[in-house]
Design a protein around this ligand. Structure first.
Ligand SMILES: NC(=O)c1ccc[n+]([C@@H]2O[C@H](COP(=O)([O-])OP(=O)(O)OC[C@H]3O[C@@H](n4cnc5c(N)ncnc54)[C@H](O)[C@@H]3O)[C@@H](O)[C@H]2O)c1
Ligand SMILES: [Zn+2]
Length: 721
């Protein structure tokens, strides 16, 4: 596990799933149920944003699934407490700011989940009863791997790819047309396709490509390495700059469709075969069954192949084969009635927990880590597992419910380790029969192991935090490492290793000190092992250059909890410059102020983030350190006002021919001000061509490539929107 990674305080695990529902839902007093619904909804919304918008999940999938199930149970038991705004009534998350939005001609939904074999029988029975089919009437159902990537909708008109969008919130997705063109093997032109066709499928990254990408140092929206191939695929496709996508190896399996101008086939199986014939890759493991026994056999067969496929799958999807029956079954609010996702259980193994260590993260979180006797879980050797927080060690989950009654985790215990849809393993269970007589409950420290300061738990926070601030060496180092990371100051020659070394020498203890390195330690540095005249010159030069920094990078670099790269960009766009930003944050500290309301009104900023931000700026030592840093900067570059909603932000536009209502220079400036890039030549990266009279080869090339071409009037309408 990465050193000092932040613990977000969650804690249930897959095998605990059944236990989670055990505090009897029906027996709960309504006011407790109401409070729990609010708490779960907030947790799930935060997880959705982290997962779908930032491609950097903060909790594992099994935990997420169990939180959602619990919420569904509560809402079922207390219908009066469920609302249309509940996360159980929504798909995914809204498109991230910065992307042009595209509305799907037919919504993109989620899938109903099942975990136990018995739920497959129940599914078939529900389908039969809905359709009034006799129990012995034939009912064909397909089974295919559930690819763990992100779904994409591709719109083809006259067989040409015209647009591509992520699922987003199901109704509206992010326009990733330019990016999708770079997916390996994706057909830009189809053989014998209907006039209009929305093709749906999964974008994924292979295990090998994922390993290579992380080894190259690529990072997610949170500034950390991608935690799994799914997040890497999502982060790579969802780039405002399509040239980044082009450099990432992505693949696509087609398995569904949205709007079509003519039916593709009479069955699911036939329709997927037709997609294959049109030029799409389809999954070779798909099969058709007549019985649920057959479905379960296919499920086991696919599960057995899971480790050797070379890409991640997280279950098997069953679909009613007859499309006429699918149409009769129709949709619920977020899922079709004719499909079921049968998920795989997490992979598990037993081993000995040798000792529990506490790591201190950037924001002071004390994260317990289990050091294990090495064991192989699902083909990977595991030596560490996260223990989340002290409640988890004691046997309680994120909702406060007991998940391991009487089975707290102790040093020396025999424990069950599991890996779910992510790389960091967890502890699922404890074998009490193997526990030695001398084993004592683990005493979670209430002093920071790194600096000795008090470690306290705020009410409602599952995490204990060191109060030492920058005086805590562990926090200081993590803050500094974050400060120089890629999306932050990213100073050439000053990586995590150097930061640690300079910190150990007592040269830097906070970001501002980096800018004093030259005047204070130049000579000493030159004679330090590994450094010389030239490398010191280069380093100090690189530091000087960073006295000029973008507002978004600065905000991200401060390392405030919940303020990742995406949020920093949002804030920078909204507040434009540093003085306006700090004035607003200071004022927003008063939650009755208009500034607080305004901060919360920013699309993508929630209460949790807003509170964390205002608290950080109001904390005197932290604020003083920020001020000292800002004093060292010569220019904080404002970030252009929000361009997120304009139709053309993020697009690459080419002007050709004569423009009659404005000069070329004016058109270019206007497009750039709205967040578009203006290019001179048409290529596959072009999104839009504005063609005036006399446009020649460029307009023709654009038409050949299937790129949208508009005239000047149309352009003016777009630019005015
Ligand atoms: N860890 C977190 O914080 C977090 C947060 C949000 C969501 N999640 C994960 O995402 C899931 C919810 O997301 P979801 O709404 O995408 O549901 P889902 O992943 O359970 O199922 C729906 C998706 O499956 C995909 N899919 C893959 N292969 C398919 C196939 N052959 N046929 C049809 N669809 C196929 C599609 O993209 C579809 O949108 C959760 O169960 C959880 O595992 C995790
Ligand atoms: Zn400390």
């Amino acid at each position: 596990m990465a050193r000092g990674s932040e613990n977000t305080g969650s804690g249930a695990s897959a095998p605990d799933r059944a236990a989670i529902g055990s505090p009897d839902v029906e027996a709960l007093p309504p006011e407790d149920a109401a409070a729990e619904i609010v708490r779960l909804s907030t947790q799930i919304e935060a997880a959705n944003l982290a997962y779908h918008q930032a491609d950097a999940p903060e909790i594992d999938d099994a935990t997420y699934d169990s939180l959602k199930r619990r919420l569904q149970e509560l809402e079922a038991a207390f219908p009066a407490l469920s609302s249309a705004a509940s996360p159980t009534q929504k798909v995914g998350a809204a498109p991230a700011p910065g992307f042009r939005k595209l509305t799907h001609a037919r919504p993109m939904l989620s899938l109903e989940n099942a975990f136990a074999d018995s739920e497959v029988d129940e599914f078939a029975a529900r389908v039969r009863s809905f359709l009034r089919l006799a129990a012995d009437a034939p009912l064909a159902i397909t089974a295919e791997p559930k690819i763990d990537g992100l779904s994409l909708s591709l719109r083809y008109e006259d067989g040409r790819l015209v647009s591509a969008a992520t699922r987003g919130d199901g109704a509206t997705g992010e326009d990733v047309t330019a990016n999708a063109r770079h997916i390996s093997g994706l057909p830009l032109e189809l053989h014998e396709a209907p006039k209009l066709l929305e093709v749906r499928g999964e974008v994924y990254m292979t295990h090998a490509d994922f390993a290579a990408l992380n080894a190259s140092g690529a990072v997610s929206g949170s500034g950390k390495p991608f935690s799994n191939p799914r997040n890497a695929a999502a982060g790579s496709l969802r780039q405002l700059d399509a040239t980044i996508t082009a450099a990432r190896p992505l693949h696509f399996f087609a398995y569904a469709w949205g709007a079509t101008s003519e039916p593709l086939a009479a069955t699911q199986f036939g329709a997927v075969a037709r997609l294959g014939a049109m030029g799409f890759q389809t999954n070779p493991l798909m099969q058709r069954c007549e019985t649920t026994q057959c479905l379960l056999v296919v499920y086991r067969k696919i599960e057995a192949q899971r480790a050797s496929l070379g890409y991640d799958i997280d279950g098997v999807v069953y679909k009613v084969d007859d499309l006429a029956l699918q149409a009769r079954l129709g949709m619920r609010s977020t899922t079709p009635r004719w499909a079921l996702a049968h998920k795989f259980p997490a992979e598990t193994a037993w081993t000995t927990l040798e000792r529990i260590e506490i790591q201190v993260g950037r924001t002071g979180a004390l994260s317990p880590v289990a050091r294990l006797a090495p064991v192989t879980v699902g083909g990977v050797v595991v030596q560490n597992a996260t223990l989340h927080n002290e409640d988890y060690i004691a046997g309680r989950d994120a909702t406060g419910a007991m998940i391991r009654e009487g089975r707290d985790i102790r040093e020396g215990d025999r424990v069950m380790v599991y890996r779910a849809g992510d790389v960091i393993p967890k502890i699922a269970d404890v074998d009490l029969t193997a526990r030695g007589a001398g084993a004592r409950p683990y005493a979670f420290p209430n002093l920071c192991p790194a600096c000795g300061a008090d470690a306290v738990r705020e009410p409602g926070d599952a995490v204990r935090r060191c109060t030492g601030g920058l005086a805590c060496p562990a926090q200081a180092i993590e803050k500094l490492r974050h400060f120089v990371s890629r999306g932050a100051f990213d100073i050439e020659g000053l990586g995590a290793k150097q930061v640690e070394a300079f910190h150990a020498l007592g040269w830097i203890s906070e970001p501002a000190d980096i800018f004093h390195l030259g005047e204070r330690h130049r000579d000493a540095l030159k004679t330090t092992a590994g450094w010389g005249e030239r490398s010191v010159g280069n380093l100090l030069g690189a530091i000087e250059q960073r006295r000029h920094i973008g507002l978004d990078r600065l905000i991200f670099a401060l390392g405030i909890r919940h303020v990742g790269e995406t949020a920093a960009r949002l804030l920078a766009r909204h507040y434009h410059d540093w003085p306006s930003f700090i004035a607003a944050v200071d004022e927003a500290h008063d939650e009755a102020s208009p500034a607080w309301a305004a901060l919360n009104a920013i699309d993508g900023v929630g209460t949790v983030l807003a509170r964390s931000l205002t608290a950080a700026f109001a904390q005197p030592t932290e604020r003083a350190a920020i001020n000292r840093l800002v004093d060292q900067l010569t220019e904080i570059e404002p970030v252009a006002a929000p361009t997120a909603q304009t139709e053309i932000s993020g697009l690459t536009v080419v002007f050709t021919g004569t423009l009659e209502r404005m000069t070329r220079a004016e058109a270019k400036a206007r497009a750039e001000a709205m967040g578009a890039k203006v290019a001179g030549t048409v290529s596959t990266r072009t999104d839009l061509v504005v063609a005036g009279p006399g446009a020649g080869s460029k307009a023709k090339k654009a038409a050949d490539l299937g790129i949208r071409v508009v005239d000047e009037d149309e352009w003016l309408t777009i630019a005015a929107s």
